[in-house]
Design a protein around this ligand. Structure first.
Ligand SMILES: [Zn+2]
Length: 413
């Protein structure tokens, strides 16, 4: 039995047309015309493959092989994209899932479990401020009230956008997934990092997904005249913030591990004028690692470093934890089946940590969950430069098929 890689590549080209901009990147955020076009096109692809398509309350798309009751093995990812994003993030996972399920259907392979494909709504950060929206909502991690309150800068309500793409937020309490309702969830996704590229390998299983920790930090200094205030008398909030960012870098870099990273990616300076010493800075600090204990130790070290900066510069850091998303250990049975799939196509299993969040984080609370990573050239993603070569895509399709067949045997019905 062979997957139809030609059809898979044609579909990748076709899906990449929805939202393509003049630079060659893809703009396909929730509720855009491109999102609606992509949904219509996916629905048509699935229906022509003989699948039953359903849109749930949060507008996730589900396509199920008809005729078999019971908890299905679900394969999929998301079809939305970051602004000026690439053609593989999310889309490749949905189309690999589609191809594998269609291959099994066309070859009339009798599976013990029903099979289902999913494309989740709004996985990427969006103007409504709720990423992994579809998977969080359907696994009860967001309430209808939270979604009903969400709107973008222009006042557009998220619930209206969800209705436009076929959902109904008020129906969410009746449609939430219950534990046991799905037999397993497998998410194929580009790696978005360079481990596989550097190793010259196509695919890997994922055993853990990083925790994400964020603090909002306000730096309180003293605004003053940029000409008349001598250097020793300054309490410059921007310089203190810059030192804080460097202290984070020093703390995290010292452990020298690929699964520990720290970033200050956002900063606002007040009053932000050429002739005024910055009196205040607001920034967001982020640290990611799957190792919670190590994170605590690094935060202690970081705190000691920035207390020294406070003392030296006569400023104050006001810290508030804004996000503390726990790391996720993926299901060992699913991870092992995916590892066997990797072994079958490249003679070597590889296990990686995901340093990005995914819908799989939330599905892991409902059913045994695993991820298949596919090589990203140079590790580039969230960019129009994102690239995965045909050969690696073909390997991923074969590995996924292998994993599904193995799981169909090992998981209880
Ligand atoms: Zn993604």
């Amino acid at each position: 039995m062979e997957v139809n890689t030609k059809r898979l590549h044609e579909r990748l080209d076709a899906l990449a047309r929805f939202g393509r901009n003049d630079n060659g990147g893809i703009d396909r955020s929730i509720g855009s015309q491109a999102d609606r076009d992509a949904r219509a096109w996916l629905t048509a692809q699935w229906q022509s493959a003989g699948l039953n398509v359903r849109t749930d309350a949060i507008a996730n798309l589900w396509a199920r092989v008809p005729g078999k009751p019971g908890a299905p093995i679900v394969l999929g990812s998301h079809h939305d994209a970051v602004p000026d994003g690439g053609r593989f993030d999310g889309a490749l996972g949905v189309l690999l899932a589609t191809e594998v399920v269609q291959t099994l259907l066309e070859n009339r392979v009798p599976t013990r479990h029903p099979l289902e494909v999913v494309s989740f709504t709004a996985e990427e950060p969006n103007p409504f401020g709720l990423s992994t929206l579809g998977s969080r909502a359907i696994t009860s991690k967001l309430t209808p009230e939270q979604i009903l309150a969400a709107h973008d800068d222009t006042g557009r309500r998220l619930a209206d956008v969800i209705a436009q793409v076929g959902g109904n937020v008020k129906a969410l309490p009746f449609e939430r997934l219950q534990p046991g309702e799905k037999a397993a969830y497998l998410e194929p996704h580009i790696e978005q990092s360079r481990n596989l590229y550097d190793a010259g390998l196509a695919v890997a299983t994922v055993d853990r997904i990083t925790g994400i920790y964020r603090e909002w930090i306000t730096v309180e200094g003293e605004a003053n005249h940029a000409g008349t205030t001598t250097m020793p008398r300054r309490h410059d909030a921007l310089l203190a913030a810059a030192e804080l960012a460097l202290a984070l870098e020093a703390t995290v870099s010292r452990v020298n591990r690929s699964d520990v990273v720290g970033t200050v990616g956002k900063m606002d300076v007040f009053p932000n004028a050429a002739n005024i010493i910055p009196g205040r800075a607001e920034l967001i600090l982020e640290m990611r690692t799957p190792d919670r204990e190590l994170r605590s130790r690094l935060l202690e070290e970081f705190t000691a470093r920035i207390e020294a900066i406070e003392a030296k510069r006569g400023v104050r850091f006001v810290r508030q934890v804004n996000l503390d998303q726990a790391e996720v250990v993926l299901n060992p049975t699913v991870a092992a089946a995916i590892a066997d799939g990797c072994q079958a196509v490249q003679g070597k299993p590889v296990s990686l940590v995901s340093m990005a969040g995914h819908d799989a984080v939330h599905m892991s609370g409902i059913c045994p969950t695993g991820m298949l990573f596919i090589q990203s050239v140079e590790g580039i993603s969230h960019s129009r430069q994102e690239l995965t070569h045909d050969a690696e895509i073909d390997s991923a399709a074969r590995a996924l098929l292998h994993a599904v067949l193995e799981l169909d045997q090992t998981l209880p019905v």
